[in-house]
Design a protein around this ligand. Structure first.
Ligand SMILES: Cc1cc2nc3c(=O)[nH]c(=O)nc-3n(C[C@H](O)[C@H](O)[C@H](O)COP(=O)(O)OP(=O)(O)OC[C@H]3O[C@@H](n4cnc5c(N)ncnc54)[C@H](O)[C@@H]3O)c2cc1C
Length: 500
């Protein structure tokens, strides 16, 4: 990381740095995110985290020491210039802070809400070495991004507004190239790729299988964690840049690889995600009332299935067991709680320490009354006379030696089982890539896990005009990694067109 990139040659940052001693900065306590009352929110879809006030953000920004060798940047998968955006907040130049974020992150308002900062940028914060709490980088990211959104929305016709200004610029550039590019899937990988390609001046069309744009950001992550309005702002900004969206169109079924060529698309980015749920293949998994988290969350988030009058209403369980310990499991169990579950349980075969979910999600789930049955693993579901799940048998586990993932392996305790009453089970033990695109694009190299194999530097696949990124390449990963792939692929595809 060079020093110019981190912006430390700027005069104002040197002055800011001298304005307060490092110890004084370090002694400021970390800000607390204002959040809705736990009892209220366990019945409400309102966003739990309320966002920092300007005053809180200004104070928190002072905690950043603007290190000469900022390790936080190395902890961010897209290498946001973190000290620079935070120091812009400190001098109350919030739109500048948002611009710094946008330089490297296509969706900062999303990432500020859902990135696992505690495992990424914040885990590298120098404060941790001083036994202090890390700077709240994620909260500040969200603050700056939301501020920019609010100000852009309030002055939509203002050419100075970051979104509008960029859209005008891109519309102008678009005329100059006229090369058609197709994107398969409108999740974070597809959106970030589309944004960058539009900025480079390509004519970008995103094909989306579902009726809504946004991928997991819309159909997976619930409103109480990531409001659709936030995702819509980002989508609108892409539309303003000239990106076209075609929904209800399954590439590989509705339209083939060959059709895309016939329609003149010269480059394709596959960002079809990993939407195929895994099951445990245990007895009783076919009973009514047992479903995957993908089905559950998609039906609730996209199809209003929680309403009785919905075309395909979802069963509203009162004793709901969610199997798994990741973000998807937490989203499912907290959704079940909001939909009236009196007993909403997480069943996880390891201990809480090994849970892959964000620490904040686990904390919020507990506050909302979710019961955690860790070191328990389902071995069988039992149905009633109508074929609806009524009980599950759990095997009790203990932790053994670390396995290949580095986490302690769960080991069965012989003979220790427990039967509990349930009326709904949501299986949330991971996802696999959707096999449709890999099989419909003949010539793609596919791994044994079903992921598309790409050149890691360019995201180009075995087919020279096809690039791929996000979960279809990585398996279930994260929003920021998917976005990073989209950006990398856009840069590489653009370079290849420029060469020819
Ligand atoms: C419930 C849940 C919670 C999560 N929480 C977090 C979190 O807190 N933090 C985090 O960083 N990550 C989280 N993740 C993971 C993260 O959302 C994903 O890693 C990320 O969305 C992957 O982005 P993507 O663009 O590759 O795919 P997706 O977001 O899955 O988007 C793929 C899109 O492609 C479409 N598609 C698929 N096949 C076709 C086709 N043939 N033709 C046209 N369109 C197609 C799909 O309908 C979908 O809209 C979560 C995931 C889930 C499911």
């Amino acid at each position: 990381m060079n020093k110019i990139e981190t912006g430390r040659n700027e005069q104002w940052r040197e002055e800011l740095r001298k304005s307060l001693k490092a110890k004084e900065r370090a002694d400021i306590p970390r800000v607390k995110m204002p959040e809705l009352d736990a009892e209220y929110r366990s019945h409400s879809y309102d966003e739990v985290n309320q966002g920092l006030s300007l005053e809180q953000a200004l104070t928190e920004s002072k905690r950043c020491l603007d290190c000469l060798d900022p390790q936080c940047i190395t902890g961010c998968p897209v290498e946001i210039n973190i000290p620079k955006f935070i120091k812009n907040i400190e001098r109350n130049e919030i739109l500048e802070a948002a611009k710094t974020l946008k330089d490297t992150s296509a969706l900062p308002a999303v990432c500020g809400r859902v990135c696992p900062q505690e495992k990424q940028c914040e885990s590298k914060c120098i404060h941790l070495k001083m036994k202090k709490e890390a700077v709240a980088i994620g909260y500040l990211e969200r603050f700056a991004a939301d501020f920019a959104i609010e100000n852009s929305c309030h002055s939509a016709l203002d050419a100075e507004s970051p979104v509008q200004g960029m859209a005008d610029q891109v519309r102008h550039d678009n005329k100059s190239k006229g090369i058609k590019i197709a994107v398969v899937g409108s999740g974070p990988a597809g959106l970030s790729f589309a944004g960058d390609m539009a900025k480079f001046g390509y004519d970008v069309t995103v094909f989306e299988a579902l009726h809504e744009i946004g991928g997991v950001l819309k159909y997976g992550i619930p409103e109480f964690r990531l409001p659709n309005a936030i995702v819509n702002v980002e989508i609108n900004s892409l539309q303003q840049m000239g990106v076209k969206f075609i929904t209800n169109c399954i590439v590989g079924k509705t339209i083939s690889y060959e059709n895309l060529h016939e329609q003149g698309f010269k480059g394709i980015f596959v960002a079809s995600g990993a939407g195929l749920p895994n099951f445990m293949n245990i007895a009783g998994e076919n009973l009514a009332g047992v479903l995957s988290s993908n089905e559950y969350l998609t039906r609730v988030n996209l199809m209003n299935a929680y309403k009785k009058e919905a075309d395909t209403p979802v069963f509203l369980g009162k004793k709901v067991a969610v199997i798994g310990g990741g973000n998807t499991a937490m989203d499912s169990v907290r959704t079940a709680r909001r939909l009236g579950a009196e007993k909403a349980m997480i069943i996880y075969r390891r201990s809480e320490e090994e849970m892959p979910a964000r620490v904040e999600e686990i904390k919020h789930a507990k506050e909302e009354g979710v019961i955690f049955l860790t070191l328990h693993n389902p071995v069988q579901y039992i149905g009633d006379e109508k074929g609806h799940v009524k009980q599950m048998i759990l095997q009790k586990m203990e932790l053994g030696e670390p396995d290949a993932s580095g986490r302690c392996k769960p080991v069965e305790i012989p003979g220790a089982t427990e039967t509990i009453d349930v009326d709904m089970v949501v299986v949330s033990i991971g996802v696999s890539p959707n096999p449709l695109v890999p099989s419909a694009f003949s010539g793609l190299n596919v791994s044994k896990w079903g992921t598309i194999i790409v050149n890691q530097d360019t995201m180009q696949t075995g087919l020279s005009d096809v690039y791929a990124g996000g979960d279809i390449v990585r398996g279930g990963a994260t929003v920021i990694l998917a976005m990073g792939d989209g950006r990398k692929a856009a840069a590489a595809m653009n370079q290849s067109f420029n060469k020819n």
